[in-house]
Every structure is written in C-alpha cells, then in structure tokens.
Design a protein. Structure first.
Length: 369
C-alpha cells in the first residue's frame, strides 16, 4: 500500500490552503474551480511528543522525526467519472495514493464561490463519493469484460483466479452502482485480498476534514454535524480545523510564536497536527525509535511487522543479517528517567526474529553481514 495521503474534495473547499499550511510550501490557491491541475506533493513531519520527551532524557546532536506524504489533488466536480472537469486525470491521481482525506467546506463566505452556489456539506460529500463509486464501477465493468477471457485460459491458476474474481466483481459492480464505496461491502479475507488487486479508489480508507471558520472550531455547527453523521454511518473519523487559521500559524517560523498563537486561539494543538497523526495511524503506520549521542530518530513501520522487517527500514543489510534486538518501550524511559535505570529494573529485553515490534519501542539492532 502507498504510504501517502490524497487530499480531495470539490473545488474551492480549501484543499490547497490546507496543503500549503501542512507543507509550508505554498500551493497555488485561487478563487477558481480548477486552480490545481497537476497534483502538488509534500513531505510532512509527523508530530510526536514522545520524540521530544526522549530528547530530554537521552540528549542527541540531531533529532529526526518520521514523515508522511500528502498529495493535493485538484477539485472533482459532478460528472468527473465521465471526464467532466478533467475528471479522468484527477481520478487517476487518486488511484495512486494510499488513503483519502476528503475536505468538506463547512463555512460561509460570500467572497469564495461555491461550485454549486450554496453550502450543503451533505450534498457535497455525496457528489464526491458517488463520482468515486461510479469511476470504480466503470473500472469493474472493463475488468469483467477482460476477465471472461481468462476464465477459459489454459493455465489452471489463471483460470481459477478469474473464476473466483467474476462473482466478486459482479457483487462490487452492483454495490458501487448504488453509490456505496467498495470498502463498505462485506467480504471474506480472501475476497478482500482479491479486491485489493483491482486498485479501486473506494477501497481506500477515508477520513473527513471539516474546513470551518474560526467560529466553528468547536465542531458544533450544523455543517460539521452533517459531516459527522455521514462519518458515523461509515465508521470513519472527522477532523475539524480552520484552514485560514492553520495557514496563519504555519506562517510563523518561531515555535514560541506558534505556541502563543495557539494559546490565544484557545487550542492545545493545531488542527493540522491532529490531521497528520490521524492519517499516519489510518495508513496503518506506527513508529519505533533509535537513540544515541549522535542521533535520536523516529522510524516508520507497518503495524504487525516483526523485528527483522523493521530493521530493514533502516537498511536492507540490517534485515538480511539480523541476529537480535535489544528493546525497551519509551514509556519505561519516561517512567524511570534513564536508560541505566531501565537496565537496572530489568526492562531492557533481548528479542529475536519473531518479535512483533510495538508502537513506541526503542530498538538496538544486532546484525552480521
């Protein structure tokens, strides 16, 4: 699965403003429907207070956070699945990302035109979700036509796979035809494995981002509640933030100025920090740490990976020559105050090749190549 996140939504909902604040590398933002044509890509550091706490207890010359990639994809419009508004190009960009952040406009501003000339989050969400479902349905119909040839193939494995795919794709076609995302259809584990090969947009995990004005930050507005109702029905999450406010915060270079700005706005952390952390987790990504005098670094791994695989994140030689790993959890460091105290308390463990690495582990790999 791709380790990146696509920002999608109707035109003029604030996608590019939010992307610019995320990456502190301004994307073109303008009051016209197709301001963004080619997707903008930005690498974003993942905020992690644990890394800051580790640095206070195990000082290092360099602190390196982990990162996640965001892609700002141009606004979709009704009819995108049939090519409206350069829809085919934009839909192709969405297929390449690992998950979707669906930005929904939840504010009123007469100076910023709405593509439908009215603010209705429920309708806006429906437009995007239906277009994505229709795009997937078209893809499935094309695959079904090609799949029929493979059901008569001489190769037994090819034939059996095609025969297994046919009823699954027929069910998916009908499900998508009702405007429902593929991820909401009941499937066995084997069927999900087959469906993943179809590269359907609506199989991707999705969260909703409610872009509000400053008065709507408490999430109580009718617009936000409309999106929350949809998210609850889908079993997904929402993030509420003010794109304009986040852009103002991102423009401040001094961390102390940012902290003061947040305090004056009555916020404990920026909405973008919550968004980054949520997308990271939703992608199934977790973090382990390596520490030392030279560098304290956060490393990204997929949940469920074993010690040799996570060692390979640093270098393939680490995985190939893996012997063992000395491990403690960062919570033990925070509780006991030093690595010496961790060793004295017997909290430093030696783990082998079958150890499933946990989020927040501090790892010391031993290898031989």
């Amino acid at each position: 699965m791709s380790l990146n996140c696509g920002i999608v939504g109707l035109p003029n909902v604030g996608k590019s403003t939010i992307f610019s604040a995320l990456t502190a590398a301004p994307a073109e933002a303008a009051n016209n429907p197709f301001c963004t044509i080619d997707p903008n890509v930005g690498i974003v550091s993942v905020p992690d207070k644990r890394l800051d706490k580790i640095a206070k207890l195990v000082p290092a010359k360099k602190i390196v956070p982990t990162v996640v990639e965001f892609v700002d994809i141009a606004g979709l419009v009704k009819g995108a699945s049939k090519g409206e508004g350069l829809g085919n190009k934009f839909l192709a960009n969405i297929r390449e990302v690992g998950m979707i952040v669906h930005v929904v406009r939840c504010f009123e501003n007469d100076d910023i035109v709405h593509v439908e000339n009215r603010i209705n989050p429920t309708d806006d969400v429906e437009v995007i979700n239906i277009e994505l479902a229709l795009a997937d349905m078209s893809s499935i119909e094309n695959r079904l036509a090609k799949n029929d040839r493979f059901t008569r193939a001489g190769d037994k494995q090819v034939r059996e796979k095609a025969l297994a795919l046919k009823p699954l794709m027929e069910r998916l076609r009908d499900h998508l035809g009702d405007g429902k995302p593929a991820r909401s259809m009941e499937m066995t584990d084997d069927e999900r494995a087959l469906a993943s090969e179809l590269q359907l947009i609506t199989m991707k995990k999705q969260i909703y981002l409610c872009n509000v004005d400053e008065d709507g930050l408490d999430g109580s507005s009718e617009y936000v509640q409309q999106v929350k109702k949809i998210a609850d029905e889908e079993g997904t999450e929402i993030v509420v933030l003010c794109g304009k406010l986040e852009a103002d915060i991102a423009a401040l270079e001094d961390p102390e100025d940012r902290a003061m700005f947040l305090e004056e706005a009555g916020l404990e952390e920026s909405g973008l920090s919550r968004l980054i952390q949520m997308t990271y987790k939703t992608l199934g990504l977790r973090t382990y740490f390596t520490v030392g005098e030279t560098e304290n670094r956060a490393w990204t791994f997929h949940e469920g990976m074993k010690a040799p695989q996570t060692a390979g994140v640093i270098h393939t030689d680490f995985e190939r020559g893996f012997i063992k790993a000395d491990v403690y959890h960062c919570d033990d460091l925070f509780e006991l105050g030093s690595e010496a105290a961790i060793k004295a308390a017997g909290k430093l463990r030696m783990e082998g090749k079958e150890y499933v690495v946990q989020d927040g582990d501090v790892m010391f790999f031993k290898f031989n190549v």
